[in-house]
Design a protein around this ligand. Structure first.
Ligand code: HEM
Length: 228
């Protein structure tokens, strides 16, 4: 065993990996949301389709995407290992504890919340990502260029009741997961300081409310055919 693999299997190494991958995934969520908000533009899906075509064909984005999938896998597998080890040791949950009722509830249920998000991801990736990369998405002509109509696929699913309900429910789970995870990641990385704790906590909680709420608003608004 090298020092690196030894470190990764240590308790601190596992928590650090969870925190770093978690922070990367938080960054991904912010970028993903910005792109997806284009679905709400009243332009027949044009802006979103141009964006999606760029994201699914650009080599640099595709390399980052592979890293993104690896980070999701590492984050989920290590979460499972930490949870099992803590259950065996009957110790506290493998995340740093923070104060507040909702924080304690979220920290105790990070495993369940994470599992819900994982189930959401399997459904989500099957219908959108796999369709874009391995399916036969019809094309539309945008400014003389044939572009796959991913907006049409999203629009179809966001008019299916159970699908919209699943998204809204899972975004609530994502909110609770982020509510605890954001501050916990900073604490694990040792980036907590009495002077900045208040700010980190505020930014984390604002992110945990605003980002999932906007993600949930997209299917809801599309379901009722509301665009801007
Ligand atoms: C309104 C909500 C959402 C919409 C409309 C949406 C839409 C999409 C679409 C169309 C793709 C395929 C893009 C492509 O491959 O070119 C995609 C990929 C993906 N989505 Fe979402 N998404 C939403 C929410 C989320 C959430 C909340 C998460 C995470 C919890 C998420 C995680 C992912 C991941 C990991 C990928 C694969 C990205 C990659 O290729 O690296 N999405 N999404």
């Amino acid at each position: 065993m090298t020092w690196f693999t030894k470190f990764l299997s240590s308790s601190l190494g596992k928590k650090l990996l969870m925190a770093l991958t978690g922070l990367f995934l938080i960054l991904f969520l912010a970028v993903h949301l910005t792109g997806n908000l284009q679905l709400l533009k009243d332009d027949g899906g044009k802006s979103f389709n141009v964006y999606a075509e760029f994201m699914s064909t650009n080599p640099l984005v595709q390399t980052i995407s592979k890293g993104n999938f690896a980070f999701i896998l590492i984050h989920a597998v290590y979460a499972l290992i930490i949870t099992v080890q803590n259950r065996k040791a009957r110790g506290p949950v493998g995340y740093a504890q923070t104060s507040g009722k909702s924080s304690i509830w979220a920290s105790r249920n990070m495993g369940i919340l994470g599992t819900l998000i994982l189930i959401f991801l399997v459904v989500h990736l099957k219908h959108f990502w796999a369709e874009m990369h391995f399916g036969s998405v019809p094309t539309v002509n945008i400014d003389g260029k044939e572009v796959r109509d991913l907006a049409g696929i999203v629009n179809y699913w966001f008019h299916v009741e159970w699908y919209v309900a699943l998204y809204v429910f899972c975004m609530a789970a994502l909110g609770f997961h982020l509510w605890h995870g954001f501050a916990s990641a900073f604490q694990t990385l040792g980036l907590n300081h009495l002077k900045y704790n208040g700010l980190i906590s505020f930014v984390g909680r604002a992110f945990a409310i605003i980002v999932p709420a906007l993600f949930a608003a997209i299917p809801l608004l599309m379901f009722f055919d509301i665009s801007f």
